[in-house]
Design a protein around this ligand. Structure first.
Ligand SMILES: [Fe+2]
Length: 255
């Protein structure tokens, strides 16, 4: 007996809709594919040793390749059956309400431009390397995927700037700069560490002034973010369940 496969209908977005674009993959130049390749090949040897197992599994599960920029439709095709997440192309930096709305719908807002050769180490705004190489592999992990959707939902529902600032710190010290203890060793999973050679080296070599504390929700919600310098404090989790539970705890406390 054959079973008809019903394609999932596109989700309707209220505020993020105007920011959605198509990725014109065929328009990338050989030079741009070359920049992606150089960035990936530079990061992988360090990450194979120091990224968490879930990131490395996700990288292969979503089919990322070193030699060409990712086709976001192909990435989503591999990701969606696993966790329901998609990597959805957007026109650039999103206003907070549009960003949270997309996370709550399991659509990760993904930029399609790639940095130039002059700014291989750092770009002030996220590009496709930060977004796809840095973030998207973690979305193949079921608990991380549940955590991120829930985070989006509680932020989308909040109208308080103070609450959103605190929740922004939770995002910063997990999704962007998270580290996890695996068999007693610190491994990176935050996209800001995955995608930056300098920031990641700072963590691995325990650079000057860096303190790695056990994850503590109270401390994280109070820890101000410094986006202009190397991180001075990071919070190590024991499992991804811990940040999912912490997010629910933050919701009940701050809501
Ligand atoms: Fe990011």
């Amino acid at each position: 007996m054959s079973v008809a496969v019903i394609p999932s209908l596109p989700k309707k977005l209220r505020v993020a809709e105007p920011f959605l674009i198509q990725q014109d993959w065929a328009a990338y130049t050989p030079e741009q594919h070359g920049i992606w390749r150089e960035l990936v090949l530079r990061r992988m040897p360090q990450l194979e040793q120091h990224a968490c197992a879930e990131y490395l599994e996700g990288f292969h599960q979503i089919g990322l390749q070193a030699d060409q920029l990712p086709d976001l439709t192909a990435v989503s095709k591999r990701l969606q059956p696993r966790t329901g997440w998609q990597s959805t192309p957007v026109s650039g930096f999103l206003p907070a309400d549009a960003f949270f709305e997309m996370l709550a719908a399991r659509m990760f807002p993904t930029t399609t431009w790639i940095r130039s050769r002059e700014s291989m180490e750092y770009t002030p705004e996220p590009d496709i390397f930060h977004d796809v190489f840095g973030h998207v592999p973690m979305h193949a992990h079921p608990v991380f995927g549940d955590f991120l959707e829930h985070y989006g939902k509680i932020c989308a529902a909040s109208k308080s700037p103070d609450v959103l600032e605190r929740l922004g710190r939770l995002f910063w010290y997990t999704v962007e700069f998270g580290v996890i203890r695996e068999r007693g060793e610190i491994k990176v999973y935050g996209s800001g560490l995955i995608s930056s050679h300098g920031e990641c080296t700072h963590v691995i070599e325990r650079g000057a002034g860096l303190e790695i504390r056990d994850f503590n929700l109270d401390q994280v919600l109070e820890e101000k973010v410094d986006s202009g310098n190397m991180q001075k404090v990071l919070y190590a989790i024991e499992s991804f369940d811990q940040i999912y539970e912490a997010t629910k705890e933050a919701e009940s406390r701050l809501g």
